[in-house]
Design a protein around this ligand. Structure first.
Ligand SMILES: Cc1cc2nc3c(=O)[nH]c(=O)nc-3n(C[C@H](O)[C@H](O)[C@H](O)COP(=O)(O)OP(=O)(O)OC[C@H]3O[C@@H](n4cnc5c(N)ncnc54)[C@H](O)[C@@H]3O)c2cc1C
Length: 500
């Protein structure tokens, strides 16, 4: 049996972060990844040589002392990831289609507050209060400071009040409420279901700045790979655990893999969907309550995505990175309800990409979608879908294309759809049981799978553990990493890395 200090299951941003953190702390690490390549949602895909983003388009947190900046600094990859800020407010715009109103979202916390006050005269108090509350939640959340993070629950009052309730208490203006809830698209949960605290934790860094990354998620993967090569970190793609063996005193002695190998380790950390974790663990060692808890998790919202290109390239068109969000209504709860019929929220992102010396004007549009939309074909697999599914897909592609062209009529003759992905596509490529964009729905008062599991040397981290998005997923790995390397070793490591 091969031996490692740690096994990390899943190689998305959570798994890569954990593997690097552990490797940097002198551990031998094996990363198990079901896909033929690492990266999970971060890995781009190529069609006709053009790079497209799968599940990472933009993020906050890059500014100095921002949480992402700090995490990348600690991991020693900060200088390998190049943010491209959406610095002009016109490049991040939200349109409420029913009202035909448009709001530009500027960069900078104070700038955002000032701009929103301009949009909503008479609502200054509500706007000030909202942004004070968001900032206050983040300053009281220990997990947002790498020096203070810990697995012990750090719950605050705002964890028990919904975003919806807070917004209703602040203002009767529906449009302002919708604007303040707009980044719910970045975690895929209704304002009535998410806590104000978790909403704030995701949004704070986005209000500070929104940035794409040069070469997208592939830049992260390349940086992690280079660091793994310097350390004792092995990667085994096309692999997953089939059985936990030699279980004594609630410790797993070894893991049997689909490749036929058996591996032993001191600790194993799952960074995959909780339902995937449940499948890998021996049911006889799990309580009924544990199994029911995991089975009760609901999926966050997902997306139907269209990937296209504006051809031929025109160097005179600056084609700056931009985000255009189209909300059919100001009722964000309705918008994020899987049962809602009619027009769906759509986010259109454009940016220029250079690959193999060629420049491309790339457009990606992601429309809200839910497992319910594809329930009729849930038993089908990629490459073998029935005709009904293909018709569904074509209809959605055509409708999204029309919406793109209505927003960018200048590209009506030059925009071409290259690829499309439904919730089922994301499910099958990312091995995520329901194909949701952000793992499990982060509902108010929910007890997530995070940290130590019922088997003593088995842990859970990942986007479903704490908060979704690249930042939330990485944070979960820092927290679990601390618990594995030990408080004191972690403290010394962070101090040393942040002081360098
Ligand atoms: C369409 C879309 C758009 C998004 N846009 C953004 C965005 O712009 N910004 C942002 O911050 N976030 C965005 N997200 C969310 C973001 O991608 C995720 O929150 C984050 O990348 C999750 O990382 P993870 O490592 O937890 O999981 P994943 O990236 O899902 O990685 C999990 C890995 O585990 C592997 N795996 C699964 N089961 C097993 C198993 N049994 N054994 C071994 N390996 C297994 C999978 O193949 C995968 O590689 C988006 C997501 C989607 C789907």
């Amino acid at each position: 049996m091969k031996k490692y200090d740690n096994i990390v299951v899943g190689s998305g941003i959570s798994g890569m972060t954990l593997a690097l953190l552990l490797g940097m702390n002198g551990r031998s690490v094996l990363v198990l990844e079901k896909n033929p390549r690492i990266g999970g949602s971060l890995a781009r895909f190529y069609r006709e040589g053009i790079p497209f983003d799968t599940g990472f388009h933009f993020t906050g947190g890059f500014c100095k002392n921002g949480i992402l900046h700090d995490m990348l600094t600690v991991l020693g990859i900060h200088d390998r990831i190049e943010p491209i800020y959406l610095s002009h407010e016109k490049n991040n715009r939200l349109i409420f289609e029913a009202e035909q109103t448009a709001y530009d979202m500027p960069t900078g916390y104070q700038e955002t507050i000032a701009k929103y006050k301009e949009y909503f005269p008479g609502e200054e108090r509500a706007i000030d209060r909202y942004f004070e509350m968001v900032k206050d939640v983040c300053s009281r959340t220990v997990s947002m400071d790498l020096r203070k993070i810990s697995l012990s629950p750090n719950v605050i009052d705002e964890d028990f009040i919904s975003l919806d309730d807070v917004l209703k208490g602040l203002t009767g203006n529906h449009t302002l409420r919708a604007l303040l809830a707009a980044y719910s698209m970045c975690y895929g949960v209704k304002p009535a279901e998410i806590s104000f605290a978790n909403h704030s934790r995701v949004c704070f860094s986005l209000y500070q700045s929104v940035a794409r990354v040069k070469d997208g998620g592939d830049a992260f993967i390349k940086a992690f790979r280079e660091r793994f090569a310097e350390l004792d970190v092995d990667i085994l793609c096309g692999s997953h655990i089939t059985e936990c063996v030699d279980i004594r005193s609630n410790r797993v002695g070894g893991f049997a893999l689909n490749t036929g190998e058996q591996i032993s380790c001191h600790d194993c950390i799952f960074t995959i969907h909780p339902k995937g974790i449940l499948k890998a663990l021996p049911q006889e060692h799990l309580s009924k309550a544990f199994v029911e808890r995991v089975n009760a998790f609901e999926p966050s919202a997902g997306f139907f995505s269209v990937f296209g290109v504006v051809e031929p390239d025109d160097p005179a068109d600056d084609f700056n990175p931009s985000i255009l969000s189209l909300f059919p209504t100001t009722d964000v709860n309705r918008m994020l309800d899987p049962g809602t019929t009619g027009a769906k929220a759509l986010v259109i992102m454009k940016n220029r990409e250079v690959a193999n010396g060629k420049s491309y004007r790339v457009m990606n549009a992601s429309e809200l979608s839910f497992p319910k939309h594809v329930a009729a074909w849930k038993d089908s697999k990629v490459g073998n879908r029935p005709p009904g599914y293909m018709e569904y897909k074509q209809e959605r592609v055509d409708s999204i294309r029309r919406r793109i062209i209505r927003s960018y009529p200048e590209y009506s003759d030059t925009f071409r759809v290259v690829e499309a992905a439904s919730v089922l596509t994301f499910r099958d490529y990312l091995h995520s049981p329901e194909g949701s964009a952000y793992g499990v729905k982060q509902k108010i008062g929910q007890f997530n799978l995070f940290g130590k599991l019922p088997l003593r040397n088995v842990y859970a981290a990942g986007q479903s553990a704490m908060l979704p998005g690249v930042v939330g997923a990485m944070m979960s790995s820092f927290i679990v990493g601390r618990s594995i390397v030990g408080k004191e070793a972690y403290r010394r490591f962070i101090e040393q890395r942040l002081c360098n």
